[in-house]
Write a protein that binds this ligand. Structure first.
Ligand SMILES: *Cc1c(COP(=O)(O)O)cnc(C)c1O
Length: 336
């Protein structure tokens, strides 16, 4: 940012770090924490990247910004575009969560639905950029979005430095920008000499039915291959091939971390469990990350005494249709 006037904010960031001992006990890791990103504007951490990306676009005099999205980035960039007075174009899979489509249009964005996945949406954006002068703000195509997401890492430092930093950080990984951003912040803080203690092991969590990074990690590869037939209830991590896959994998290898896949049934079950044990209505992506804690604990990869941080990347309120009332609701006019 060149000047203070350039700042664009809707109140993003500053996520609370919540101790979750009851959920932690259930997962075999009592010192469990949740970084609650669901309180951000538009309900996900995507607001962090949009705030910086849009602010810089405005500074540079860009008038129209377009991006492909699995849903939540579209909502965030649409909101910040409206605040900045920049036109926003969003291309998203036709089967993206309905709420995120409405959200984009509510903020005045132009939305096209694509019969395909996010990669197909990306092609539409690239073509529109070339032919109609849209600025292509797809993940990692411009350098500012990641600077916004990096603030998650700065806030981890802020919350835990001086006491004990988490031994493990679990992040639901789609495009991977959040994980790359956190790792970038840690690297820079180390370079400054501010981060002196041990480093967290970074865990990329994916869905078993869309797990390109996990597959690459298991093969000890430096990059991933396109995942065929990607499908998962955790829409934010339905990314068959991340442009920055090699950076995610590098962060995992450098931190001694790992990548793990969680089946959707387990994610769904965890989505029900977290609210009852932590008071947090997590999104399915965050629930997948929490489920991975239990799986890695069982394998012995996480020790019971370790401090573990789960990044809940968004609010479950955006995915309320995934949680049915159970047991079914009954009416009564006299008592509980
Ligand atoms: C986008 C998104 C993710 C994945 O984040 P990346 O930084 O792209 O890996 C996870 N959870 C939610 C709710 C998202 O919207």
């Amino acid at each position: 940012m060149q000047s203070a006037e350039g700042v664009l904010t809707l109140g993003e960031g500053g996520a609370p770090f919540l101790r979750a001992p009851r959920l932690g006990e259930a997962l075999g890791v009592p010192d469990l924490w949740i970084e609650e990103e669901g309180l951000n504007p538009t309900g996900t951490f995507k607001a962090r990247g949009a705030a910086v990306g849009m602010a810089r676009a405005r500074e540079l005099g860009i008038k129209r910004v377009a991006l492909p999205t699995a849903g939540n980035a579209g909502g965030a960039w649409s909101a910040y575009g409206a605040a900045a007075g920049i036109e926003v174009g969003v291309a998203m899979p036709a089967d993206a969560p309905d709420l995120t489509k409405r959200e984009c249009t509510a903020y005045g964005a132009r939305v096209v639905l694509v019969n395909g996945l996010i990669g197909d949406a990306g092609k539409i954006v690239a073509r529109s950029a070339k032919e109609d002068g849209w600025f292509d703000a797809a993940t990692l195509k411009e350098p500012y979005r990641i600077e916004g997401k990096k603030t998650m890492g700065l806030e981890i430092f802020d919350a835990f430095a001086g006491q004990r930093v988490p031994d493990v950080v679990l992040y639901p990984c789609g495009g991977g920008v959040g994980l790359i951003g956190i790792w970038k912040a840690i690297a820079e803080l180390r370079e400054l000499g501010w981060w002196r203690g041990s480093l967290p092991r970074m865990v990329a969590v994916q869905s078993a039915t869309c797990a390109p990074i996990v597959k690459a990690f298991e093969a000890r590869a430096d990059a991933s291959e396109v995942w065929q037939g990607a499908e998962t209830i955790a829409a934010g991590i339905r990314i068959p091939k991340a442009l920055g896959d090699f950076l995610v994998l590098r962060a995992i290898y450098e931190s001694d971390g790992c990548a793990v896949a969680v089946p959707d049934e387990q994610t769904r079950a965890m989505m029900r469990k977290i609210p009852t044990l932590a008071g947090v209505f997590a999104c399915p992506e965050g629930a997948a990350a929490a489920a991975a804690v239990g799986n890695l604990r069982e394998k012995g990869w996480i020790k019971p005494s370790e401090r573990v941080l789960v990044v809940n990347t968004g609010t479950g309120l955006k995915y309320a249709d995934l949680v049915e009332a159970n047991p079914p609701l009954q009416s009564s006019d006299s008592k509980l």
